[in-house]
Design a binder for this molecule. Structure first.
Ligand SMILES: [Zn+2]
Length: 306
């Protein structure tokens, strides 16, 4: 019997039909994910202008979260975008942004990437996942870089790498300290190797800034993972974190699958990082500005004006 006949014999028409039916059933289940529908239904329950706190379950009027975006019932920290974060840290009106219009190229001709970037830009009002600039914090002149989880989950591509590198170079030239708020799902896979190269580029800029004896403070916010953790997030002279922030490299499931062990429940939290020496202090959001100001003062930087 020839190979073809053999195959024909084994794949009887009835089997093929059966397989087609199974494939269709699976497709239907996937396209009607119950999880997705439940989430949508829950979302619909909350009236406009309100938000349901995932921790305490209370329905809260959005304006009651305040500019720090903290749940008034249980103190859960909601994520802050870069623009709002800068307002909570820099002295009013002092922030001068760098490279405002720098935007991503598509080095790999990745399908759908330019469209996704455009879409996110329109939705978020930002050109990419980080804002950098110079400001004063309580009168101390400081370079500030703030990553934005609302832009493609704060993924680090060539724009994030280039902007943060330039921020460090500016700080180096002007002998200024730098504060970086990290928040990232990791490298931007649509830029492949170009995105991974940013880790080395930013790290070299951090080293040059450090060689000049200048101060670098990192503030880890939820979530700080992947290539950002593996490079500049963990290179700060002082590493602060917001409470309960997710801090890790690979995801929990990947690690558990690799080491074939169950990880502790608090694994990859700010608190876990603190108790294992990867972070120096956990600072409440409302105290961050004051703590940064004190750190700058302690390191002998001169106050300009409040
Ligand atoms: Zn709450």
């Amino acid at each position: 019997m020839s190979l073809i006949d053999n195959l024909k014999d084994r794949l009887k028409v009835s089997d093929v039909e059966g397989l087609k039916k199974k494939a269709k059933a699976i497709k239907d289940i996937v396209s009607n994910k119950p999880g997705k529908n439940e989430a949508e239904e829950k979302k619909e329950e909350v009236p406009a202008g309100f938000i349901k706190c995932p921790d305490c379950g209370n329905i809260i009027e959005k304006k009651d979260l305040g500019k720090l975006r903290i749940c008034p019932k249980c103190a859960r920290l909601f994520r802050l975008n870069a623009k709002d974060r800068i307002k909570t840290i820099a002295d009013e009106g002092s922030f001068e942004e760098f490279d405002v219009n720098m935007e991503a190229k598509d080095p790999l001709n990745f399908p759908g990437y330019p469209e996704k970037v455009k879409q996110t830009q329109t939705k978020s009002g930002s050109k990419d996942a980080v804002r950098t600039g110079v400001c004063t914090i309580g009168g101390y002149r400081t370079v500030l870089a703030v990553m934005d989880s609302t832009f493609m989950m704060g993924s680090m591509g060539s724009v994030v790498g280039e902007k943060i590198t330039r921020a460090f170079e500016y700080a180096c030239d002007k002998s200024l300290p730098i504060v970086v708020f990290t928040c990232s799902g990791g490298a931007r896979m649509q830029e492949g190797i170009v995105s991974l190269m940013q880790m080395a580029k930013v790290s070299s800029a951090v080293a040059r800034h450090s060689d000049k004896g200048l101060l670098y403070v990192t503030v880890l916010t939820d979530p700080t993972t992947g290539g950002v953790t593996a490079s500049y997030a963990m290179l700060g002279d002082i590493i602060l974190s917001e409470p309960k922030a997710l801090i890790g490299f690979a995801g929990r499931r990947v690690i558990e699958g690799t080491i074939k062990q169950k990880l502790p429940d608090d694994f990859q939290t700010a608190e876990f990082s603190l108790s294992h020496g990867f972070c120096d202090a956990i600072v409440e959001r409302e105290k961050l500005r004051g703590v940064l100001k004190r750190i700058l003062k302690l390191h002998g930087y001169k106050k300009e004006a409040e």
